[in-house]
Design a protein around this ligand. Structure first.
Ligand code: ZN
Length: 328
């Protein structure tokens, strides 16, 4: 199979990260180690497979997490939901690593201070190359699209455009990439997709963050990638629409000053302290729990109907739910 990015080489990269390892590690490991130490849960409660355990997770940690050791077939059938095989090639993976490294050093590591005395703080990072930030954002969005992460799909036109940008500007090393950008007469086209990026405060050892893409919202597309919230518009003029609600995130954003990057000359990043972020996280859990609970009720009602031939009363449903949750 051919690489889905360059379309020329063999798609020979295995264990490729859909999101940079440094970006997601603290969601899966208390010590934020990047490979093989991860414990990855899915948010579902119904038909939930066991979490994915990285190879270096100690047996006692597994017992502590799920109350027993993994069975043979569970070990064999473990699937890491944030890595992929044979979608792109090793050379494209290297290009991704190069741009990830730029963002890590110049943005992520430079924004660890959240003591601004305000809940939302807007930073304008003057010394950061806006085009390189764009290429980083596009590399993440495109990878999520190519693997269809959590059902995510870009407009095919936008996807093709972003892949074209990646191929045109991303070189094997950073200096060549910068040269390509500098020499391009129409590099401005890179800045025509509006996006907002928010980084949230992290408390050491906390693994309650999520990797999630909303599969219904397109205006903008909404990503939660551990500490980062990304809202990305597939078309320039979509940004003038009121952002759709996203667990209260869009509401908070629209109240704060404009943090949109669009034809920008310097990159804007918004920092949210723990208080704001905690409220959003609670809201996400609440919404998901309600969805899952409704599914359980549906299962109970259907099971009852099949067994007894008629719909159970509300009291009967309550009684059965009580029994189910007492068992757990
Ligand atoms: Zn390739």
């Amino acid at each position: 199979m051919k690489c889905r990015i360059c379309h020329t080489k063999e798609a020979n990269q295995t264990g490729a990260h859909i999101f940079p390892a440094w970006m997601i590690s603290s969601a899966f490991d208390e010590e934020s180690r990047t490979r093989d130490h991860e414990i990855i849960w899915t948010i579902r409660t119904v038909n939930t497979p066991r979490p994915f355990f990285g190879r270096q997770v100690k047996p006692d940690k597994i017992v502590e997490t799920i109350g027993r050791e993994l069975w043979e077939d569970e070990i064999k059938n473990q699937i890491n939901p944030v890595t992929m095989d044979h979608i792109w090639c090793r050379d494209c993976e290297k290009r991704f690593s190069m741009i990830e490294e730029y963002f890590l050093i110049n943005v992520d590591r430079k924004t660890e201070n959240f003591n601004f005395g305000e809940t939302c703080h807007i930073l304008t990072l003057e010394s950061v190359n806006v085009f390189l930030v764009r290429l980083f954002i596009y590399s993440v969005v495109v990878r999520a699209d190519l693997v269809n992460f959590a059902g995510f799909k870009l407009y095919s036109k936008t996807q093709k455009r972003l892949v074209k940008f990646l191929n045109r500007y991303l070189a094997p090393d950073l200096s060549e990439t910068i040269k390509r950008i500098d020499q391009s007469y129409n590099k401005g086209q890179l800045l025509r997709y509006p996006f907002r990026l928010i980084k949230t405060e992290h408390i050491k050892g906390d693994t309650s963050n999520l990797i999630y893409i909303h599969d219904r919202y397109e205006k903008p597309y909404c990503f939660l990638i551990n500490r980062y919230i990304l809202q990305f518009y597939g078309k320039g003029n979509h940004a003038i629409h009121k952002p759709t609600s996203f667990y209260g995130i869009s509401g908070i954003i629209s109240k704060s000053s404009n943090i949109r990057n669009y034809k920008e000359t310097s990159f804007r990043l918004c920092l949210w302290n723990r208080d704001v972020w905690r409220k959003v996280l609670d809201r996400i859990v609440e919404v998901q729990a309600t969805i899952e609970f409704k599914q359980i009720v549906k299962m109970v009602v259907n099971g009852y109907r099949k067994t007894y031939g008629y719909k159970p009363s509300r009291d009967q449903v309550n009684e059965m739910l009580k029994r189910i949750f007492d068992l757990n």
